[in-house]
Design a protein around this ligand. Structure first.
Ligand code: TYD
Ligand code: MG
Length: 459
């Protein structure tokens, strides 16, 4: 018999999976202790198609393919280059963008700067804050020395009220700081719960598409289950950007994790200064600025992040373990990849590493998962193991296979150009990449087929 009134369900606050019973572990995403009680939404009272937040919807009709405007030429450029690049070359009107990151990383700072530029270029921008008062935002703005004409601040958390103001103001862009603080009156669950966060995101998606206005949602990511993680939103929004970095470093990395309008692996690099975030147009310089010269265990690789080459230092430390079996610890590279490469070194080159602790770090707080990093890991580990430094003007890249073979990587010419620009003299790279490479007198290029060839060329 169906019961009357709202029914209770339990929802995973990490991914949104629902269950009638409380569960200790989410069967969907595997998170522990993530279930919270929520009231199930009563059936919508309004007629079908009506928008719960009171937005007037445009009626949709089939459109001939040829008459659909391509969106790419209408991107709005903010002039903050690192930001535009990550979005795929600017903001697509009508897109819903989620910017996730830990508290204090600089999300509000970044979006204030974006709002400033947008209001100067395109007209009114509405910045809705549920976390800070208008005065706090104003104080931050003064610190950033922004003076926007068309920027409107709204301290509000009620979704329906926010929509009223949007209908009145008709802004050219909307920023919601943060999605976890906004709640819809139509739902009974608490702000920040997964059903509220999804409802809010869903309503903003409709709004963005109907008004053809870009909407930016800021979302906090924490380890605790109390705040719905942006993971639950990833499939609703068009673009997901993560703002990362270590609190103790000034560098911040903006990474596209999903992008319906561009490549999903673009990076933007910023530096947090006393006057806000400043783009870093030349990341190689930053990542190599504190490189130890003549130290063993350090290798420089030419990596690609999206369309941009980037020279990064890999450091390895191999030290004998006190416990007989060695640990592997990594930062910025995948631990399983390191374990695999170490096993390959044991089998193919004959190193004895199983009793050693091995630490591998990517310097600068950045993380890379492209296969061309492999040869850099092998070089750094070998350099530390043998205690021989790699020549400071040498750079490596290449994918390493299980048989110890070196496989070709993409965009070798772009990587070489960056190495030459940064003053490197020698490149060890996959032999299969040699054909078709443009000549560059500044570089000695050494193609290698196997790990032992590579180690001969390096040491
Ligand atoms: P904020 O943008 O408030 O972070 P989030 O919205 O992600 O929680 O920024 C937090 C930190 O940034 C705070 O510790 C102060 C620092 N900061 C600067 O270093 N320089 C600046 O110009 C600003 C505005 C903030
Ligand atoms: Mg903030």
């Amino acid at each position: 018999m169906p019961s009357k009134g709202p029914r209770t369900v339990y929802a995973c606050q990490s991914c949104g999976h629902q269950s009638r019973k409380w569960l200790g572990k989410c069967p969907d995403c595997g998170e522990w202790n993530s279930f919270a009680e929520e009231r199930e939404r009563a059936a919508a009272k309004e007629g079908a198609g009506a928008n719960r937040a009171g937005l007037r919807l445009r009626e949709s009709k089939p459109i001939p393919f040829g008459e659909i405007e391509a969106q790419d030429d209408s991107r709005e450029v903010t002039g903050i280059e690192e930001f535009d690049r990550v979005l795929g070359g600017g903001i697509v009107p009508g897109s819903l963008v989620l910017i996730g990151g830990e508290p204090g990383i600089g999300k509000s700072t970044l979006l204030s700067q974006v709002a400033d530029k947008l209001s100067a270029l395109y007209g009114s921008v509405l910045y809705v804050s549920g976390e800070e008062s208008e005065r706090q935002i104003k104080l931050r703005g003064e610190r950033l020395s922004i003076n926007p004409q068309g920027l409107f601040l709204l301290s509000e958390t009620n979704l329906e009220r926010i929509f009223d103001e949007i209908n009145k103001l008709q802004p050219q862009a909307i920023i919601i700081d943060s999605v976890q603080t906004v709640f819809s009156e139509k739902l009974e669950s608490a702000p920040g719960s997964v059903s509220q966060v999804r409802e809010v995101a869903g309503q903003f998606l409709l709004l963005a598409k109907n008004l053809n206005t870009p909407v930016f949602l800021i979302g906090h990511v924490t380890k605790e289950g109390t705040i719905a993680g942006p993971k639950a939103l990833e499939h609703i929004v068009d673009t997901v950007l993560y703002f990362e970095g270590e609190r103790h470093h000034n560098h911040r990395i903006l990474r596209a994790a999903k992008n319906r309008f561009g490549a999903a692996n673009e990076l933007g690099i910023f530096e947090m200064t006393g006057a806000g975030l400043i783009g870093v147009p030349n990341p190689s310089e930053v990542f190599l600025s504190e490189r130890p010269v003549g130290a063993s265990g350090s290798a420089v690789i030419a990596a690609m992040e999206g369309t941009r080459p980037m020279l990064v230092e890999i450091q390895a430390l191999v030290s004998s373990s006190k416990f007989g079996t060695g640990r592997r610890t990594t930062q910025g590279v995948e631990i399983n990849r390191v374990a695999l490469l170490v096993a390959m070194l044991e089998k193919r080159v004959g190193f004895h590493l199983s009793g050693d602790d091995i630490f591998v770090n990517l310097v600068g707080g950045i993380a890379l998962d492209e296969p061309a990093v492999d040869l850099g890991i092998v070089a750094a580990v070998t350099s530390s193991f043998r205690n021989i430094p790699i020549n400071e003007h040498t750079i490596v890249f290449g994918e390493v296979g299980l048989a110890g073979e070196i496989r070709a990587t993409s965009q070798a010419a772009v990587r070489l150009r960056e190495a030459a620009r940064m003053g490197f003299k020698r490149v060890v790279l996959p032999k299969n990449n040699l054909s078709g490479l443009p000549q560059d007198d500044r570089l000695e290029v050494i193609g290698v087929r196997s790990v032992s060839d590579a180690l001969d060329a390096l040491f």
